[in-house]
Design a protein around this ligand. Structure first.
Ligand SMILES: Cc1cc2nc3c(=O)[nH]c(=O)nc-3n(C[C@H](O)[C@H](O)[C@H](O)COP(=O)(O)O)c2cc1C
Length: 350
């Protein structure tokens, strides 16, 4: 339900263009959490990218760098944050899951700091695992279990299997020192239920903020009350998100919450959103409601799976072209020209 709602949410509003504004030059750059980016979209952190394509996070970071934007590395990433920070100069966000093991949490923060990562993004919508029915059906786990269905899939996509075996052994470099996967498989459900700390609360976040001492973002906030609290404890930003519909099914779409939240806290922290974004005009609608930047998930994951780095670059080139075209047709030459006036509710949606 939530996956579909995310995609449909942008259809509730129409864009109202202005004309004759002289839009020969369009500037798509912005600053979010103190990071300058050339596009108002960033590649949201996602887990296990080397399962999608053997280049994994290497492709994501490099494609984001080519387009001058920010990317996130997941706690469940399959390439180390240090390697990516060494190779790339574009802003990198470290996505943090809060573990029961406080020593692991501190060690992760220290590593991120030592790697020169500026932005910490704590995901707060995953206090327990979502009910991922497809994962249950397929028996998805890391490393792969060679079930008959999995073997049939490998047989159908031999290049994938060959690449999987020819490249370095699958690992979770952000966590390797802290989990023992030998002789065992880790399912995402088990990771969430056994390793993450369901007692996580606002006091823990305040302590993390103090320990980190730099730009700090909460990902997965939805209510106005939580947004106010995030601002009060000094977060630099929040991402309105329902985790791409993978956590609380029946959750409201982030785009539908955006207006209320920006009205409440938009002058105190950077509000971002993600979920269901597949078009430049979706991004323009979110910016018009006051989002500082918009996160992409599946929009870059599918092209990563299909073609690695060139796939993500092609997707970002299309996004860039759609944003430029959309801005010109809206009569806007810079992102701050987009405001509330650019939107009206579709009559049937009122
Ligand atoms: C396969 C997959 C893995 C994800 N892994 C993570 C993760 O490790 N940490 C996290 O904070 N969000 C994760 N997300 C959520 C994304 O960061 C983002 O919030 C979501 O994908 C946005 O929705 P969209 O896919 O419709 O763009 C994941 C999403 C997908 C589809």
């Amino acid at each position: 339900m939530t996956l579909r709602r995310n995609a449909a949410s942008f259809n509730a509003v129409d864009l109202v263009p202005n004309v004759l504004r002289g839009v020969a030059d369009v500037d798509l750059s912005t600053t979010v959490m103190g990071q300058d980016i050339a596009l108002p979209v960033y590649l949201s952190p996602t887990a296990l990218q080397r399962l999608f394509h053997h280049q994994g996070e290497r492709a994501t970071a490099a494609a984001a760098e080519r387009f001058g934007t920010m990317f996130g590395v997941s706690s469940l990433g399959t390439v180390s944050m240090e390697e990516l920070a060494r190779k790339h100069s574009n802003p990198q966000v470290y996505q943090f899951y809060f573990h029961k093991d406080r020593g692991l949490n501190s060690a992760m923060m220290q590593r991120a700091k030592a790697a020169g990562i500026k932005v910490m993004m704590l995901t707060v919508d995953s206090i327990t695992g979502g009910n991922r029915e497809r994962d249950l059906r397929t028996g998805f786990s890391i490393p792969f279990r060679l079930t008959p269905t999995a073997m049939a899939q490998f047989a159908l996509k031999p290049a994938y299997g060959i690449n999987y075996l020819r490249h370095e052994k699958f690992s979770l470099p952000q966590l390797d020192a802290h989990i023992d996967m030998k002789g065992d498989t880790l399912t995402i459900g088990r990771y969430f239920s056994e390793m993450l700390d369901p007692s996580l609360n606002w006091r823990d976040v305040e302590a993390m903020l103090a320990e980190w001492g730099g730009p700090f973002c909460l990902k997965g906030v939805m209510s106005v009350e939580d947004a106010r609290r995030a601002a009060a404890i000094g977060c630099s930003s929040i991402v309105l998100s329902n985790h791409g519909g993978r956590q609380l099914d029946g959750s409201r779409a982030a785009f539908d919450q955006l207006d209320e939240v920006v009205q409440a806290v938009g002058d105190r922290l950077d509000v971002m959103m993600d979920g269901g974004v597949t078009r430049g005009t979706h991004v323009l609608k979110a910016l018009a409601l006051g989002a500082k930047a918009v996160g992409l998930g599946r929009y870059y994951l599918f092209p990563l799976a299909a073609a690695g780095q060139p796939g993500i670059e092609r997707a970002l080139a299309q996004m860039n072209a759609e944003l430029l075209r959309g801005m010109r047709l809206m009569g806007c030459s810079k992102l701050s020209d987009l405001g509330h006036d650019a939107l009206r509710y579709v009559p049937s949606e009122r």
